[in-house]
Design a binder for this molecule. Structure first.
Ligand code: NOJ
Ligand code: MG
Length: 581
């Protein structure tokens, strides 16, 4: 099998290896605090639990942790419904616990990135309560609209228009206090803020300042493309109905039933992101640490790319969800190459790529793609240029847990009202507690009751302790790859992706003057004998530096470029001894 396609992409080719700043090559580990580690035995993960596990994360080699929301919240959407952005949820701990976490993380060289949720607050927020009461100054903090007359019942009204929530059903909820409806693009308890109100913009900037003053290294920004809705003044004073999408699988209550032309991806959004970038850069100027900003928008690539910035303004790193959306369990090496090359091609010159393998909203890699692709997907995310994001548990290849309808708590699943098909929408299975060891509750909690979500039943065999003890494991492979990630060739080398066969993808990272690295993934059930002589810049001899669970190779074994055997599902990382090129 020979080279079918070859593309060399220059990645900061001119930059010396050491010039890449921390954020441009960071491995960011996402912690879902509720499910990481429970320190006080209440069945819910917490800040002290995270602090306790920081040494593990340091040993693993993570550069930064991103914490899903830790703020005061009634937890209708598990912290994405925020009562107060500058207070800590009591079940997660206190501000002192947070300060302690920050100090420990700093001592261990781990940066802390927080979740920032600008689109909506929680309905227990003081801002919302004041706005509902029309308190002076707060009237326009949220999106309020009058109902439409109900033709069948003069005593009541219907919602202002046909807009549907991401979690199903009308996106409008009536407030008896105010006598109007408010918009919630997610749960009823998540009223949308109004970014056409200057005071809201200022309040939310103050939230950024509060946490930056505490020394955080940046933010992950939630649901950014939902931030603006059209201005009713442009539509005769009303919020217009959205047109039907034509999606035949969608029922009238489903989000996909409509085409969201008035509630998503509005132009105004980008400027707010660029303004936040400027604010973050003020801190960069004073404390010398660049503050990262990553934005979450499930949208078209061309719209996503605009978050990076313009010719005159800097923006964010838009999450690259193409691994989640475009790589399936039957994707072959060509499919994967295309997915990688597409992002690198669309990304504006000089910007930082990123690779997301999972998060708390998506089915886990092992469940989505099969356990035999865990090493391959981790290797790709870690070896490609830019930022890599690992969701907690992906380093050990956790599978989605089993959560019955009775145990289901995710509002997106509960809102289906469907005890049979709820699982199609449920995010609970990918949020089950981290599997530390084979003891009760997988070592996550000492509770004598239930944990907030059940621990996956496979925890006795699939857990970190077992993988640390095993000769080979997903964990050991991940850790070995992460160690190699610190090399100059991975930080600043050129990227070359080569399809060797339908099933074998080779990713090389080469930097003149430094040893290069080469990742090989075999996606099939068959063994392949490879000849990589067509990759001209690779030296003849290479050394194994990481060998996946399905590879017989040992670390430090030598390989000849012209004769490399990769067994079924083997993911392998090689390092050249000679300097490139
Ligand atoms: C995206 C978050 O990742 C998800 O968990 C949440 O439900 C919605 N945004 C609403 O905040
Ligand atoms: Mg707890």
């Amino acid at each position: 099998m020979r080279v079918a396609t070859l593309l060399v992409l220059a990645v900061a080719a001119s930059a010396a290896a050491s010039d890449a700043d921390w954020w441009q090559t960071a491995l960011i580990y996402q912690i879902y605090p509720r499910s990481f580690k429970d320190s006080d035995g209440d069945g819910i993960g917490d800040l002290n639990g995270i602090t306790e596990k920081l040494p593990y994360l340091q040993q693993l080699g993570v550069d930064a942790i991103w914490l899903s929301p830790i703020y005061l919240s009634p937890m209708y959407d598990f912290g994405y419904d925020i009562t107060n952005y500058t207070k800590i949820a009591p079940e997660y701990g206190t501000m002192e616990d947070f300060d302690n976490l920050m100090a420990k993380a700093k001592a261990l060289g781990i940066r802390v990135v927080l979740d920032y949720v600008p689109n909506h607050t929680g309905n227990e927020s003081e801002w919302f309560i004041k706005s509902a009461q029309r308190e002076a100054g707060y009237e326009n903090y949220y999106i309020w609209a009058d109902g439409t007359p109900d033709p069948n019942d003069a005593s009541t009204t219907l919602p202002p228009n046909n807009w549907v929530s991401n979690f199903r059903k009308s996106a409008w909820e009536y407030s008896t206090t105010r006598g109007q409806y408010y918009l919630h693009q997610f749960a009823i308890g998540q009223p949308d803020l109004n970014y056409r109100e200057a005071k809201v913009q200022e309040e939310m900037k103050n939230v950024l300042r509060f946490w930056l003053d505490k020394g955080v290294s940046g933010f992950r920004v939630d649901a950014i493309n939902m931030m603006y809705e059209v201005d009713p003044n442009d539509y005769g004073g009303v919020y217009p109905d959205e047109p039907l999408s034509g999606d035949e699988d969608a029922a009238a209550d489903d989000y996909n039933y409509l085409s969201h032309i008035y509630t998503r991806d509005l132009n105004e959004t980008y400027n707010v992101v660029y303004d936040w970038r400027d604010l973050l850069d003020e801190y960069y100027m004073t404390d010398g640490e660049y503050k990262i900003m990553m934005t979450e928008a499930y949208t078209e690539l061309t719209l996503m790319i605009r978050y990076y910035g313009t010719d005159t303004r800097n923006g964010s790193i838009p999450f690259n969800f193409s691994f989640l959306e475009n790589i399936k369990n039957n994707s072959n090496a060509r499919d994967m190459k295309l997915v990688i090359d597409k992002w690198m091609t669309y990304m504006p010159n000089g910007k930082t790529a990123n690779w997301v393998n999972g998060n708390h909203d998506q089915s886990r890699v092992a469940s989505r793609q099969g356990s035999d692709r865990v090493d391959a997907m981790n290797l790709l995310a870690l070896l490609l240029p830019g930022v890599a994001l690992t969701y907690q548990g992906e380093e050990i290849g956790m599978l989605d847990g089993e959560v019955t309808w009775e145990q289901t708590v995710d509002p997106q699943a509960c809102n289906t009202d469907d005890p049979i098909n709820y699982w199609k929408k449920s995010r609970d299975p990918n949020r089950t507690p981290y599997q530390w060891d084979s003891s009760a509750h997988a070592g996550f909690s000492t509770t004598t009751g239930d944990t907030w979500l059940p621990v996956a039943s496979n925890y006795r065999t699939l857990n970190l302790a077992a993988q640390m003890a095993a000769e080979k494991s997903h964990y050991k492979f991940y850790k070995d790859v992460l160690a190699v990630r610190k090399l100059p060739a991975v930080r600043a080398g050129d990227l070359e992706t080569t399809v060797i066969s339908e099933s074998v993808l080779v990713v090389s990272r080469l930097l003149p003057g430094y040893p290069g690295v080469v990742g090989i993934v075999n996606l099939s059930d068959e063994e392949y004998h490879l000849d990589l002589t067509s990759i001209k810049l690779l030296p003849v001899q290479m050394r194994v530096v990481a060998s996946g669970v399905d590879c017989p190779h040992k670390k430090d074994e030598w390989m000849r470029k012209s004769n490399i055997t990769v067994t079924a599902h083997c993911a392998l990382l090689l390092q050249t001894v000679r300097k490139c090129c």
